[in-house]
Design a protein around this ligand. Sequence first.
Ligand code: SF4
Ligand code: SF4
Ligand code: SF4
Length: 294
Amino acid sequence: MSEGSTSETKSKAKAILTDTTKCIGCERCVQGCVKKNQLPADLPAHFKADDGLSSVRYTSSVEIDGRQEETSRFVRRQCMHCVDPTCAAACLVGALSKREDGSVRYISSKCIGCRYCMLACPFSIPRYEYDEILPYIRKCKMDETCRVEGGQPACTAACPTGATLFGLREELIAEAKRRIAERPELYVDHIWGEHEFGGTSVIYISDTPLHDVLHIPTPEELARRGVGRLTHESVPHMMHGWVMVTPFQFLGGLAVLGGIAFLRRRSKVMAEQAAASERAHESASSAAKGERAP
Ligand code: SF4
Ligand code: SF4
Ligand code: SF4
């Protein structure tokens, strides 16, 4: 459900680049988001998942093991604003859509509360207001409603170390490549979100692998499951192929089932014929024995 997919549109798409080597885990990004979006006090721990996101926290900071022993890294979590979002493809009423500015927007007035988007999201992002009488989906917005002076989202504007940056997606990918090339001894040679699931508008570079924390299968896991191309294709794109092939699979399935039914019926008829012939043979033998009896 994209609002535009020309190359001109793509070039205007904004993104967030987070460099975990610069993050100190101060959570000013979280506080900036809370303030700008006027979010209430956080939910009790038992209402929240391990990643710290909730219906009242659109971003969080997750601590993971660092490269050296007994060191940590902090990783921002938020909606990845996928280039081809699965949540939007799964939504029956068009409550989620990809916009020209790169954000994936949720319109609560269209939402029917089916929560298909929650099931569909490969990054486990959307949250539901379970504690509300009229619940809605909540997630990071990255649109004009959370921008502050200077045009940045409140979260990136609040970061004191420049660990999380806002800008054009193409320029941020170029910046990520430049940093990795400049310090190959520091960074893992990978930009998380450049290609995964068709690419995202929230991307990461790091000195520590981020597959687990971002819910992205590693190449080894994909190879083990025999789905090597999975993370380079968006889920809606893969599903399109599946939907197109399904009628033929359905007809093929019917043909196979029909064949099995025919063979079973044929075996049954042959068994019945054999039994009838056996019975006829037995009664003919009995009759012959009776004729010969004195
Ligand atoms: S991360 Fe999930 S909720 Fe966000 S745009 Fe992608 S599919 Fe939708
Ligand atoms: S982009 Fe907006 S909604 Fe998302 S974390 Fe930043 S301030 Fe919050
Ligand atoms: S404000 Fe910047 S340094 Fe602080 S937790 Fe967020 S990304 Fe990390």
